[in-house]
Design a protein around this ligand. Sequence first.
Ligand code: S3P
Length: 429
Amino acid sequence: MQSYTIKPAKSVRGEISVPGDKSISHRSIMLGSIARGVTSVRGFLRGEDNLATLGAFRAMGVEVEDDGETLRIKGKGLHGLSEPSDVLDCGNSGTSMRLMTGLLAGQRFFSVLTGDKYLRNRPMKRVIEPLSSMGASIFGRAGGDKAPLAIVGRELAGTAYASKVASAQVKSAILLAGLYAAGETEVTEPHLSRDHSERMLRYFGADVDSFAGGVRVRSGRELEGKDITVPGDISSAAFFMVAALIVPGSELLIRGVGVNPTRTGIIDILTAMGASIELLDRREISGEPVADILVRSSGLHGIEIGGDLVPRAIDEFPVLCVAASCASGRTVISDARELRVKETDRIAAMASNLGKAGVKTVEKEDGMEIWGVERLQGCVAESFGDHRIAMSMLIAGLAAAGDCTVNDIECIATSFPDFIPLLERVAAR
Ligand code: S3P
């Protein structure tokens, strides 16, 4: 088990770019593989999660050339994937497993998906249930809820599914199955979750339309290979945004970050807490909005966070908890039950770690209350095998009165392999 000890910083300054967006990188492999012709992907995130998706499609006969900068995916067309000769290992990646379950349900072959001990413990019924209503044949442990999942590809029929959770993984699994299902497939959700699948499907020429509360796909149209430039991941930028906000005397410019409105909840929340964040040079790349983000250290105050802001910032709550710990007054997070079924239970994990840093928290079933402190204490924190918990506690360490050690940090490689060197580059001591 690897640990890292971070020392407090005097300031966080400079100009950086963060690695490519994880969600968009997954989708570029998936759609590139089932499109006709070549898809080239620049800025692909080479984290373990995305490499798991890449490995799975290679195992289904897709040729992908990689010159270290650009991936060239030789698409097989909608019906060109071949039966994998072994189990497909999704590692820690919920996105790989849930989206591929949708895509594999309509293939003319058998496949099995597995993952690491964390992923094998995460709920899969949320995709299996709607896919089964389309005629899919999927088997799993724990009464069909847990991986390994065995998928017997079948003919599917379109559906209209009203999802109870705002989950892009659920929505995307159904849309990908919908490409293979007879007729029309519709998904509605209580709040809009990230819409990268809809955008990229449209970019590849699929017959997709979004409407208030949902999205619809009609099968029958081949996808065409495209050039994709993946923007920087706002979920990775979020760690650096919070670092610059909570360490006095900081100013940081983060270049080329994806600012899709379904992902910018973090900016809205931090701004409501008093943060100075500016979006510069807004542009659009491969169907996604992009900007440079300028952050200056700011006095933050506690706020109440809930409702449709939650899915728009769903992966940022661990680091938002750190921001709240350095804010004056109380922050209340509600409507965030989903945090309990992420890579770990992120409510319990952050309550435990922040307690060690001297912060008072109260867990709620759907969130938590956090009372900010003058100064965090040095501490020994645990990652719980979750990359975002590990990175959040390293950010907390920059603003603490003493050294912070984070244990079990290998998981950072799932989404941000060079996080620590980049953090050390901008942290002045
Ligand atoms: C993702 C969707 C979100 C998010 C995850 C990536 C995606 O999960 O937490 O990191 O790429 O579709 P849910 O769909 O479970 O909310």
